[in-house]
Design a protein around this ligand. Structure first.
Ligand SMILES: *Cc1c(COP(=O)(O)O)cnc(C)c1O
Length: 415
């Protein structure tokens, strides 16, 4: 980065600082990961200069010889990776991918049945503060006492509300979804099915959990969470919806695609097609399970009856009398980054909820396995129990840094 260093030292220094932060911190935000250096290289290229509105073979501007190669490869790899009929690799991120998908198959005012935010759903699934909720009419289903989605209630709601779309998917839910049940309920009421696999795409691609693609009409995802690609979105769908999805992405919602990101997505899909990625995805699930078991031993209440994916939702307030905000701050001080999170029907406020969400995708990329997760769970407990004791927190932080240096990331990246 010698040009950047010389020309813009302020930005250069901040990037360098962020690299160090990522190297020396234990990243346990469930939606984050470390991309490969190959993905980084593809992103930082002259592809950013190109306008390529349209799709391979049918563009609005000239000069698409290489761009078409790149986008076609991204599409073919995405289809192969997920076993999909059709892939649109242009959505700029997860939130726009969802708006594109909604607008492809719904009219303003149409009804969508989606998962309640405090039960693990995502903002873009119709939370009142979002554009989606202003355009469409969302009704929300919840999880039952056993931590699973209450499918009986879901069916009752579907029969009563007659939604045009039934939406599955989440960002803070930890159990495996019953894809067949969603599909069967939708069939009964003539609804289109959509699943947002933003969080679990990497686990699906790595064959560590079942693939929802055969069961849903439309599948949206981000590419930067468990899938370990560049920030971006992806839409997969059945042939029947292919034209509607493509038109809704462009010209319906977006302008020119970001082909440097598309190239990096192609690299990410290529990586995910390799056997090593299946090993990674399997290890993610193993690590999350150990985290759950160990935190339980330390007296933490784990929501939804445990985890079957890459994260746990912990009721820290109900377990230790420490709020989600306080727990997040304590863990920050020991170099473990997580986020405070609502638990189902949380009696506390969104800015200071009862829970924290802890994920293992990023630490698993570092090479961390079960043995180290046991240690990390111990540190998490010590930090939360001693959240006011700066001396203890400082001592744990030192140990965290040692482990981070042992399981290093971007060792060869010289900024
Ligand atoms: C992260 C996430 C999104 C939003 O993705 P962005 O890239 O942040 O826009 C959408 N849906 C779900 C389920 C998510 O977890």
């Amino acid at each position: 980065m010698k040009n950047l260093k010389k020309q813009d030292p302020q930005i250069y220094r901040a990037i360098k600082g962020e690299l160090k932060r990522q190297q020396e911190g234990m990243e346990m935000i469930a939606s984050e990961n470390y991309v490969s250096e190959a993905v980084l290289e593809a992103m930082g290229t002259i592809l950013t200069n190109k306008y390529s509105e349209g799709y391979p073979g049918k563009r609005y501007y000239g000069g698409q010889k290489y761009i078409d190669v790149i986008e076609s490869l991204a599409i073919e790899r995405a289809k192969k990776l997920f076993g999909a009929d059709h892939a649109n690799v242009q959505p700029l991120s997860g939130a726009p991918a969802n708006m594109i998908a909604y607008s492809a198959v719904l009219k303003p005012g149409d009804k969508v049945l989606g998962m309640d935010l405090s039960h693990g759903g995502h903002l873009t699934h119709g939370h009142p503060v979002t554009l989606s909720a202003k355009v469409y009419n969302f009704v929300r289903y919840k999880t039952g006492k056993d931590g699973k989605i209450d499918y009986k209630e879901l069916e009752k709601m579907a029969l009563k509300e007659k939604p045009q779309l039934i939406l599955a998917g989440f960002s803070a839910y930890t159990r495996q979804l019953d894809y067949k049940k969603f599909s069967a309920i939708a069939k009964k009421v003539g609804a289109i099915t959509m699943i947002d696999i933003a969080h679990i795409a990497g686990l699906v691609a790595g064959k560590a959990i079942p693939n929802p693609v055969p069961y849903f009409d439309i599948v949206t995802t981000t590419t930067h969470k468990t899938l370990r690609g560049p920030r971006g979105g992806l839409i997969l769908c059945k042939k029947k919806y292919a034209e509607a999805i493509d038109k809704a992405a462009f010209p319906g919602f977006q302008g020119g695609p970001h082909e440097h990101q598309v190239a990096a997505k192609a690299v990410c899909f290529g990586e995910a097609l390799k056997p090593a990625f299946q090993k990674y995805a399997t290890q993610v699930i193993k690590n999350a399970k150990v985290l759950e078991t160990e935190l339980k031993k330390h007296g933490f209440k784990i929501m939804f009856g445990g985890t079957e994916n890459h994260m746990v939702l912990v009721n820290v307030f109900g377990s230790k009398g420490v709020s989600g905000k306080e727990a997040e701050a304590a863990l920050d001080k020991i170099g473990i980054t997580i986020n405070k999170n609502m638990i189902p029907d949380d009696p506390r406020s969104p800015m200071d909820p009862s829970g924290v969400r802890i994920g293992v995708p990023a630490i698993t990329t570092r090479g961390i396995k079960e043995k180290e997760v046991v240690k990390i769970a111990k540190w998490i407990n010590q930090a939360i129990e001693n959240y006011k004791d700066e001396k203890t927190l400082k001592a744990i932080h030192k140990e965290v840094i040692v482990l981070c240096k042992k399981f290093s990331v971007y060792k060869n990246l010289k900024y």
